[in-house]
Design a binder for this molecule. Sequence first.
Ligand code: BG6
Length: 443
Amino acid sequence: MRVLKWIAHPFHDRFSKNLTKNDQDKGKVPQFLDLCEYVRGSYDKAEDFKNLNKEIEKREGGSKRRRIFYLALPPSVYGDVAKGLREHCYCEGGQNRLVIEKPFGFDTESSNKLGKQLSSLWSEEEIYRIDHYLGKEMVKNIIPLRFANVFFGTVWNRQSIDNVQITFKEPFGTEGRGGYFDEFGIIRDVIQNHLIQVLCYLAMEKPLSLDAEHVRDEKVKVLKCIHPLKEDDILVGQYTKSLDGQKPGYRDDEGVKKDSNAPTFAALVLHIDNDRWSGVPFIFKSGKALEEHKVEVRIQFQECPGNIFPGVSRNELVIRLQPNEAVYVKFQNKLPGLEMIPVVTELDLTYKERFPNQRIPDAYEALLLDVLNNNHSNFVRDDELEAAWEIFTPILHKIDANEITCEPYPYGSRGPSSLSAFVEKHGYKRDTQPYDWNDIKAQ
Ligand code: BG6
């Protein structure tokens, strides 16, 4: 009888605990774990890579060999590991793919250096830079929403849109990840990559087709129309203990410097200098240890010209990326009754109601399948990465040098107290009429 190794090895035990299993797949876990092997080695020792190669060969069957190397490592060791794999684990005559997880460097210079190292060993065709936001259902949905609907298409420009807000809020701090986070901060952690990808889909022109290169060409074009971020267009914050003293401050986290200036919150505004978007601020708000969990895009339209209903709120289109995936449009409607009273209501597509039997795939599930299928559409191309770093590098250097300092905010709050004034200064107008989207029904 074959003994399943995973029972004995702590790696399998640990791995198993972190596997997301749906009901259908639960029974397959032991067989899956039996396919997983733990091979230990150094990042830069040829012998260790040769050993890894032997282990792979033992498990490889058939003549069609396909190897996928997935690297989730600090940027400082990517070069060595990519070299070791290329020299000792590359299968000649087969297919090889190198998947790398962010962070892709710290700024333009380090990212370009890493890019050069990688491209001297691996072709762009073989490299997959993963950004898991590109695997999220609601991020992918932006493309059909914009380009398969004539009524959204016609208002998607500076003539109708006043401002766009992209919000990322997490209700937990860096607990346990402080060592990593302190080197990067929230801008490098989620804005320069995840949220910029969301902006690309929102702002790019229609690609010639859904072909990976056509989509990525359009993303690069829009990124190149964004000027580097200026000091007036940013507000950074860092969380302190919660008001009740129960939750720790950022600097209490192990691995965080006691005088750290790493932002755990950032609000910033980008301007896209092209025909479609000139004058429309794209406002980003992102933070850890805030009052709620929410990632959404909020497109706020302009006021009606010659408005005969003074004081009404602006229309908004909201794309709720998570949790409770939804798309809803806030619009004015007559309150039923004898009087002519406009009230804000909504056209609401809440996924749990509209698609109750449809499973939303996990981002990594979708992306790793793309890698297997050799589909680069949802991966970041080298020129796209460089264009994204150029927007943020000057401001990041100023923050790193403490020339811009963080405003404190308590754990569990909405962020720094100057946030509301910041977003209002950049054009966002709060609802003038009472309104609350019915999030409850999606719980
Ligand atoms: C990661 C960041 O890339 O994305 C984390 O490093 C962040 O800090 C996470 O929490 C957010 O991903 P998701 O899928 O939970 O929104």
